[in-house]
Structure formats: C-alpha cells, structure tokens
Design a protein around this ligand. Structure first.
Ligand code: URA
Length: 214
C-alpha cells in the first residue's frame, strides 16, 4: 500500500545534458524522481522523428501504453490518429509524448484505474519534456488536455478559454492547446462526441497551418 510520505516524494528529474535523444531516453528508463515508477511497468518516453516540426503532448501513459512502452497506442491514441489523419497530419512525422512518463493508477478489482498526476509528479517529470523539446526543437508544441497545458503554462491556464490559439511559453516559443483525445471518448452522447471530435480536428488543422506558415 502506498503511504502519504511516498506520495509526497518528488524532486525534479535530472536528464543528462546530452544532445542524443537515445541517451536521454535511456536515462529516463531509470527515473525515480517521484514514486510513480514503483507501480508502473516502465517509463513511456516520447516517440517520433527527431526533426519533427510538431510535438504532441498528452497527460501520461494509460494502461495500454504502460504495457507497450509507447505513447498513445490505446483507445485515446486510436481516436487521436483518426483526427490527425482527418486534419492532414501524418503521425509518423510527429513527435508524440506525455507530460508524465509513468502510468499512475489505482487497483479496482482486477482493473488498473487511471489517476490524474498531481502537481508534484508533473513538476518532477517536466525536465524530461524540456529535454525532448531541446533535442527535437519542434516548431510547434500541441498540448492536449489540462495536464499538458498546465505543465507548460502553469496551473491557472484554462484550455477552454485558450484552445486553438498559438501562444508562446518558456518551454517552447509556439504552443497550441487543445482538448485531450480521451475527453472525446467520455462525451455523454453521439451528438456531442461528433461535435467535440470536429472541434479537435479543427484545432489540429490550426496546428498544421501554424507549422506550415513559418
Ligand atoms: N493518454 C495520454 O495522455 N497519453 C497516452 O499516451 C495515452 C493516453
């Protein structure tokens, strides 16, 4: 059982000051900057071409990603892939990662239930994201959902107010925030699912435009 003390333990991760993506990814495998590594199967680092012009950032790996060791391969990844295709974005040309690199979960019976990472866990993991941005140097970072957006802009940032706009941040010069693809799966009915999906595709088209404009 997890204790409060373990939950509180977190210090910023210390990625090597390397220019090689593989060296940083290798170091991330042993990250113990917070307690999340204890329950997760493995670190799920970002993936994609090193010269990608666009970087998509989600919250944290889910159940499928934790097992596969790859970001966005489960249900949220499937809907994201469909939306990317519809927006004219080739996923293989995009770098995909998460704000937090370990799956945070609680047992419920035999199931592993996703838990939202807290601000200490997010802050502890942020240096890995900084290293990914430093190495990949994307023209645009797309923050998907509140966790990714608040990792970049701070806790008062609201995706609902700022979605679709190209903003600047300390992490990256150009960032566009949108909803998390899993929010599309949680819509109460088909009509709202379709409406939200279309808005997500619109944001992704805006991201593609922002990358192409420069
Ligand atoms: N949700 C995320 O935020 N990231 C993943 O990799 C999968 C689901």
């Amino acid at each position: 059982m997890r204790t409060d003390k373990e939950e509180e333990f977190a210090r910023p991760a210390q990625p090597p000051d390397a220019t090689s993506w593989s060296a940083v990814r290798e170091a991330a495998k042993d990250c113990e900057a917070c307690h999340l590594h204890k329950r997760a199967t493995q670190t799920v680092f970002g993936e994609g071409p090193k010269g990608a012009t666009m970087m998509l950032v989600g919250e944290q790996p889910g159940d499928y990603e934790d097992v596969a060791g790859k970001p966005f391969v489960g249900p949220a990844g499937k809907i994201m892939d469909r939306a990317l295709e519809e927006a004219g974005i080739d996923r293989s040309q995009v770098y995909v990662t998460n704000a937090v690199k370990h799956f945070k979960w609680e047992p419920r019976g035999k199931r592993r239930i996703h838990q939202k990472p807290n601000s200490r866990e997010i802050a502890a993991c942020r240096p890995w994201l900084e290293a990914e941005v430093r190495i990949v140097k994307p023209k645009l970072v797309v923050a998907m959902g509140a966790t990714a957006a608040q990792t970049i802009f701070g806790p008062t940032f609201r995706v609902t107010r700022e979605r679709g706009k190209v903003l600047s941040s300390k992490l990256a010069p150009r960032v566009l925030a949108t909803v998390h693809p899993s929010s599309l799966l949680r819509q109460p009915d088909e009509a709202s699912r379709q409406r939200e999906y279309k808005l997500f595709v619109t944001d992704l088209r805006g991201a593609l435009r922002a990358v192409s404009e420069e």
